[in-house]
Ligand binder design. Sequence first.
Ligand SMILES: C[S@@+](CC[C@H](N)C(=O)[O-])C[C@H]1O[C@@H](n2cnc3c(N)ncnc32)[C@H](O)[C@@H]1O
Length: 424
Amino acid sequence: MITVVGMDGGPLSAPAAAALADATCVAGAERHLAAAPVPERARRVAIGSLPGALEEVLAWRGTAVVLASGDPGFFGVVRALRERGARPRVVPAVSSAALAFARIGLPWDDAIVVSAHGRADRGRCVGRALAAALAHPKAAILTAPGGAGPEAFAGELLDAGRDVYVAQRLGTAEEDVARVTAAAGADRDWAHPNVVLSVDPDRAVSPAASWLQGHQGAPDGWALGEADFDHRGSMITKAEVRALALAHLAPRPGRTVWDVGAGSGSVAVECARFGAHAVAFERGPEDCARIRANAARHGVRVRVVEGEAPGTLEGAAGRTGVDAAFFGGGGDDAIEAAVALCRPERIVVALASVDRIKSVRDLLLLHGYEVGGTQLQASRLADLPNGSLRLAATNPVTLIRATARPAPSGGRPPDSGGNRVATS
Ligand SMILES: C[S@@+](CC[C@H](N)C(=O)[O-])C[C@H]1O[C@@H](n2cnc3c(N)ncnc32)[C@H](O)[C@@H]1O
């Protein structure tokens, strides 16, 4: 029998204490073994490498306890045990995410909790956790030492106007919850374990009590009409075209989407409504102000970068990297630059002119993308004065859709510019 006991610094519950008293084998991190009343006679297994320690626990012919932090069923060891066929008894404690929000006195049913731990490469784990936190008003980030600590998150969260807290060693004598107010302040040695909290000060408490924890899923409608955005003349991607573009961009929490030559920013705003971290690139201050206003109108955050692409793309990927990019404006040079800088996994290019269809397709093929395209020519129902209907044609647009070919086994794809900033 394996019992998993969660620890949060509070006194052990009666079932947890009884399980420990009975145990002939106790596994856990050094700090948990030191803090728990492990019986003298019990074999102690310090968890350095999790697979090795679990192997030993699973082979143990007696009563075993695995000590873990917080709620072990929440981003914890229960999953690893079940994956190995065990059916443990679980005695949870309070999760570090719950403790951290409690320490700053905020509800957290409206927060997302993301983990920067992971077996995939560290840069990818940091990138998706950061992207999710940037797009959501309230987040807890479970960090990891070695490149996925507070220093990897605080700067971009502060730039986005978030209040940032680092809750260190919760429930221990060294507990400390620090508010970070400047990126430079985040570049210090933090005590691990810690949780980063990111809170939009204007939305620290969601206006309506929600019934669904965290992110609310797909937005309430998408491929919105042009009237749902302020736009200059017809400088907006039409709803029918946007629908197909969004389908390929696949925006969702943890993904970063660029909208290059964003115009009204309708694509960026819709991506943000799906939970993606959206970045819009536009030339002039007026257009940029309009994009910000459109984002505010829809209650989402879009980072707006003002200036001429491709110059503005340089350095814009930050730590999140770029998962998908939409080009509604800008020339082939902007596409080329984005591919070289951050090799988005998915690309969509909307072309009104027929001249560039071949050059864009060839450019993306040359860079190792699978490329397809569709010309869309929607005709909308419109009323005639006599009460009958006509079909009102919108301008034809060609959508080029490209997907990066998977990397050859274990390696990067050919021509890969390298996406996320290495953090370890
Ligand atoms: C694998 S997750 C386990 C989460 C755990 N199951 C829970 O409910 O808190 C490990 C991460 O949880 C956070 N964590 C765990 N214990 C903590 C503590 N005492 N203080 C602050 N953060 C903690 C850290 O972000 C750490 O890297």
